[in-house]
Design a protein around this ligand. Structure first.
Ligand code: C5P
Length: 209
């Protein structure tokens, strides 16, 4: 039986960790789709292009060898996240990345994908859909601890402002905005540690499959 699990939600909600743990639990391949947009954003910056230039961003997206993406420090930096959310608003970029994501979701046996539009656009027929969220303050604190733990110097207030700005941009854009799918189950991780969040996620998947 094929099990496709769609995990959407805002930055630092815990969706990436939950998706990775679910993939391990069910023995499924996992795709962090944010990495695709991050790679496009970083690619545009490296080419000296403007993040607002849709044609440049789309050509970077079309040339991306998505099968070789890995979770590097460069791609997971705050700047890459910001660049990702700017190129993610271009319809041409989203179209260029669509087929790879759909093919990933269509693998025999299934897959776990996490992002912003998995349950709505990439895998609307997925039997198990989660929308993982937490308050902006808690998400900013998680991201702040992660970045400062790596030696970055950033003020918490700045982190919070970045998170709020990114939420607004992702939820407010015309192309595949971040929104909870009608049939997705909401998982609020504000007061949960990762173990409790994973347990809750697994129960949601068990109830859906
Ligand atoms: O999840 P992550 O923070 O890595 O995503 C970076 C950015 O990529 C998001 O802020 C969002 O704008 C974009 N993104 C998207 N659709 C996805 C995954 C990520 O638009 N499926």
């Amino acid at each position: 039986m094929s099990l496709v699990i769609a995990v959407d939600g805002p930055a630092a909600s815990g969706k990436g960790t939950i998706a990775a743990r679910l993939a391990a639990e069910y023995g499924l391949p996992h795709l962090d789709t944010g990495l695709l947009y991050r790679a496009v954003g970083v690619g545009v910056l490296d080419a000296g292009g403007s993040l607002d230039d849709e044609a440049v961003a789309e050509s970077v997206a079309r040339a991306l060898d998505a099968s070789h993406l890995s979770d590097t420090e460069r791609l997971t930096s705050g700047d890459a996240g910001e660049a990702a959310s700017r190129v993610a608003g271009h319809t041409g970029v989203r179209a260029a990345l669509l087929e790879f994501q759909r093919a990933f979701a269509a693998q025999p046996g299934g897959a776990v994908l996490d992002g912003r539009d998995i349950g709505t656009v990439i895998a609307p027929d997925a039997p198990a859909k989660l929308f993982v969220t937490a308050t902006p303050e808690v998400r900013a604190m998680r991201r702040w601890k992660q970045l400062t733990g790596r030696g970055a110097t950033i003020a918490f207030e700045e982190m919070l402002a970045d998170i709020v700005k990114r939420d607004e941009r992702d939820a407010g854009r015309g192309a595949a905005p971040m929104v909870q799918a009608a049939d997705a189950v909401l998982l609020d991780t504000t007061d949960m540690g990762i173990e409790a969040a994973f347990d809750a996620a697994r129960r949601i998947v068990e109830a859906a499959r």
